[in-house]
Ligand binder design. Structure first.
Ligand code: GLV
Ligand code: MN
Ligand code: MN
Length: 413
């Protein structure tokens, strides 16, 4: 079969996604497959079986990143890499991340069964802990691999129960031997659901992101004074939760104040001791600020710090601010972005150029290798929730774009 006529097997991709969706399946139709949990382990096990079925050479590095390699005619040339992540959000969806891994698997299955000889090696990857929801920050597998995050610092990050990432990696048996260190990559492609409403609104099939917004994560710790709610008068209380409430609204107002072009969110909050008849004595919440404009994010945080200082004083609740993590906006490789658009058009799909508001491993990979992504529509623009959904034919379309982008890069001499 001529290479240009190759197509992935959409039914097989659908079935593969369904098999994965069973691991950590939730009653509401989503998945709960947190990084380095038993569910993550189980899904990794199945993934490894599938990699071996098509004779890929499998390696697991010290971050638990899983790679499967298929050699090319010239094995010393820089590789073409494609993949995404298997971990999910709590009560998350069946497509975020996993589509990019199973789509890449479908691409490699197609190349394998058609005995295509590429010039360059082609590699599939599952990056560890993309979500950063259990172990902040996000994208640590690709971050360490790219040399942008320190391995031991990442190992030391703890979940809410105090379990360390390094320990959990060992527990599930995925702390590999190979150093998590980048090697020359000729092109990196990541297929992903859009996770927003634009493609559906525009009536377009394939999204072509020019890059990813910069992400800025902060942690806020407020110290109040816990007391009995009944006998304690309203005046003079040091209520940590009321302090947090005022601060959270300031976060929500921030993009408007900074002139748009930004999103800002408090998504996680812990109130202690969390009893209806105790004045909250301690609160921890997170702040997530994103924009294409990295400086705007930094200026926004400076404004927020001033607000937080005023609010903390007003309530007599000291506040500690931690600058947890930042990744600058990622402008993708122009040649590869163009290739994604042209390949989609060649395959007969309508396209839309856009920017990714969601974070992806492609951000870190982009810092060390030419990178591009392929987006397919999210029904109702919903993601990170159990109802997250993408039509089977759209997953197939995205995988076909991925197939032909990978092939073009892998056939380059
Ligand atoms: C990752 O899913 C993110 O956008 O936070
Ligand atoms: Mn994702
Ligand atoms: Mn996600």
């Amino acid at each position: 079969m001529e290479v240009k006529n190759l197509r992935v097997n959409g039914q097989r991709l659908k079935f593969t996604l369904e098999m994965m969706a069973k691991i950590g399946a939730t009653a509401g139709g989503g998945v709960h497959r947190l990084a380095l949990s038993d569910e993550d382990k189980q899904a990794r096990g199945l993934f490894l079986e599938w990699l071996k079925e098509i004779d890929l050479v499998v390696t697991v590095d010290e971050m638990g990143n899983i790679f499967g390699k298929r050699d090319g005619k010239r094995p010393n040339l820089p590789t073409v890499l494609t993949g995404s992540h298997i971990d999910s959000q709590p009560q998350g969806g069946r497509f975020d991340g996993i589509l990019g891994v199973m789509g890449a698997l479908e691409v490699l299955r197609t190349i394998h069964e058609n005995h295509i000889e590429t010039e360059r090696p082609v590699m599939i990857v599952n990056w560890t802990n993309e979500e950063g929801t259990r172990f902040p920050p996000a994208m640590v597998g690709s971050g360490v691999w790219a040399g942008k995050l320190d391995r031991d610092w990442v190992y030391d990050q703890a979940d809410i129960q105090g379990k360390k990432l390094g320990g959990e990696l060992e527990r599930i048996g995925y702390k590999g031997q190979q150093p998590a260190r980048k090697w020359p990559v000729h092109a990196y492609y990541e297929l992903h659901i859009e996770q927003g409403p634009i493609l559906e609104k525009e009536g377009k099939r394939v999204g072509v992101p020019k890059g990813i917004l910069g992400l800025n994560w902060y942690d806020v710790y407020i110290e109040g004074k816990a007391n009995q709610v009944g006998p304690t008068p309203m005046e003079g209380r040091n209520d940590a939760l009321c302090t947090a409430a005022e601060m959270i609204l300031k976060v929500n107002e921030l993009p408007m104040r900074m002139g748009g072009n930004m999103v800002a969110t408090v998504g996680e909050i812990h109130n202690f001791p969390n009893s209806r008849n105790i004045i909250p004595g301690r609160v921890h919440f997170t702040v997530d600020i994103r924009s294409w404009d990295d400086d705007l994010c930094l200026r926004a945080w400076e404004e927020l710090k001033k607000d937080f200082g005023r609010i903390s004083e007003k309530w007599g609740c000291p506040v500690k601010l931690v600058e947890t993590w930042r990744i600058e906006h990622a402008p993708f490789d122009e040649k590869l972005v163009k290739r994604v658009g042209e390949t989609a058009k060649y395959l007969g799909f309508s396209t839309h150029f856009m920017v990714s508001g969601a974070g992806h491993d492609a951000s870190y990979v982009n810092q060390v290798a030419p990178t591009a992504m392929i987006f397919v529509p999210s029904i109702g623009g919903r993601s990170h929730v159990e109802v997250e959904n993408t039509k089977g034919e759209d997953c197939e379309a995205g995988a076909n774009v991925l197939l032909h982008c990978v092939l073009q890069s892998a056939l380059e001499r």
